[in-house]
Each structure stands twice: as structure tokens, then as C-alpha cells.
Design a protein around this ligand. Structure first.
Ligand code: GDP
Length: 197
């Protein structure tokens, strides 16, 4: 049966590598700059308004949240990056946690990078994208906040995202609006296909 994303439950928050989940279920890791709408995208995918917290405040940015989907896979919510008001100590904590996460072998089966459809990806987006690439997992890029674009801006912006992140032909780029729901079925289709591989 197709995986049911509406069956989602919070499992735990990990602040250190000993808490990382390693139980053999596939893991899809979601990453994105703070405020890009990562929580909103996750909420849209699981069909619940207040599932992943929207509008994360600083101080909560150094935890990895694990959600189990349909008892069959994990949606792993990586802490957002690039939040201007975060202290150096917290940025360092974030860096260590991400290093531990990306260096732990076989944790990530699929990377989902969320970027802002309106803008050229930031240097931090490029770094995160390269971390996913170097981990060797397949990757999906989600261009969120599509509702903020004029129709004529969509294609050039997607092209700019493809070029800046140096995506290959095989890398999926999904135009998305967490607010309106655009792209939901396409992204769910890709996630389900990945699970069934
Ligand atoms: P996170 O920090 O990446 O988890 O971002 P949030 O999900 O908390 O969203 C940050 C802000 O962007 C909130 O005010 C959301 O309402 C808004 N937002 C998220 N997705 C969209 C979208 O697709 N379109 C628009 N217009 N706003 C969005």
C-alpha cells in the first residue's frame, strides 16, 4: 500500500549523535534556511497545521527532530541555518551537530533541501546542498513560496536555482507553495517512489 503521510508522529529531538535514530528504517532528511518555510512544507505534507512548529525561535535551532511516517520511514527535520540573530555559541553547536550527522554513515537515505523560490540560493544553501551530494544520497530540491512569484518569474527562477546548486538532470526540483498547496502531490509522489525503491 502507498505510504500514508497523514499518519505522522513525533518520535524525539536529538541534540547529540548518541540520540540519532539507527533502527534500519529509511530516513528522509529535510534541510533549509530558517524562515524558508520548512515547518510549513512538512505540515503541508502530513496534512496538519501545527505538526512541525512554524516560526521556530532561536534557542531551538540545534535539535534534529524525528517524525515517523506510517510506521515505515522517518522524516528527519534538520535544524534551520542562517538565522541572523543566533549567537556564535549556538552556530558552533549547530555546526558540530550537522558534522556529526553527515559523518555518521548510512543515516541519510534521501535529502530534501528547501530553498526560497524567489531568490538565488544563498552560500549556506549551496553548502548544505554539497553536504547532501557528498553523502551520496539522492536529493530533491523544493522551491517554496511559489505563490509569491509572478508567472513570468517562475521558469527563470527555477533555472537560477538549478544553476546555483549545480543540479544534475536526475536531481528533482519541485516548485512548491506550502501556503497554497502547489507541488504537494508531485513531492509526495517522489517521496513515495523513493520509499518503494
Ligand atoms: P521555517 O523556519 O523554515 O520552519 O519556516 P516556517 O514554516 O516557520 O515559515 C516561515 C514563514 O514563512 C511563516 O511566516 C510562514 O507562514 C511563511 N511561509 C511558509 N511557507 C510559505 C509559502 O509557501 N508561501 C508564503 N507566502 N509564505 C510561506
Amino acid at each position: 500500500m502507498a505510504i500514508n503521510f497523514n499518519k505522522a508522529e513525533f518520535i524525539l529531538s536529538a541534540a547529540a549523535s548518541k540520540q540519532f535514530v539507527r533502527d534500519g528504517l529509511k530516513q528522509m532528511a529535510f534541510a533549509g534556511r530558517s524562515n524558508v518555510g520548512k515547518s510549513s512544507v512538512i505540515n503541508r505534507l502530513v496534512g496538519r497545521k501545527n505538526f512541525a512548529r512554524v516560526g521556530a525561535s532561536p534557542g531551538k535551532t540545534t535539535q534534529i527532530n524525528y517524525f515517523k511516517i506510517d510506521n515505515r520511514l522517518y522524516l528527519v527535520d534538520l535544524p534551520g541555518y542562517g538565522y541572523a540573530k543566533v549567537s556564535k555559541a549556538e552556530r558552533d553547536r549547530w555546526g558540530r551537530l550537522m558534522e556529526d550527522y553527515f559523518q555518521s554513515s548510512q543515516l541519510i537515505d534521501l535529502g530534501v533541501l528547501i530553498v526560497d523560490a524567489r531568490h538565488k540560493p544563498t552560500a549556506d544553501d549551496v553548502t548544505m546542498c554539497n553536504w547532501f551530494k557528498s553523502s551520496g544520497c539522492p536529493m530533491i530540491v523544493v522551491a517554496n513560496k511559489l505563490d509569491k512569484l509572478k508567472q513570468s518569474e517562475i521558469e527563470p527562477n527555477l533555472q537560477c536555482i538549478r544553476e546555483t546548486l549545480a543540479l544534475g538532470e536526475q536531481d528533482a526540483l519541485v516548485p512548491f507553495s506550502a501556503e497554497r498547496g502547489d507541488g504537494k502531490e508531485q513531492l509526495l509522489g517522489l517521496l513515495r517512489a523513493f520509499y518503494e525503491q
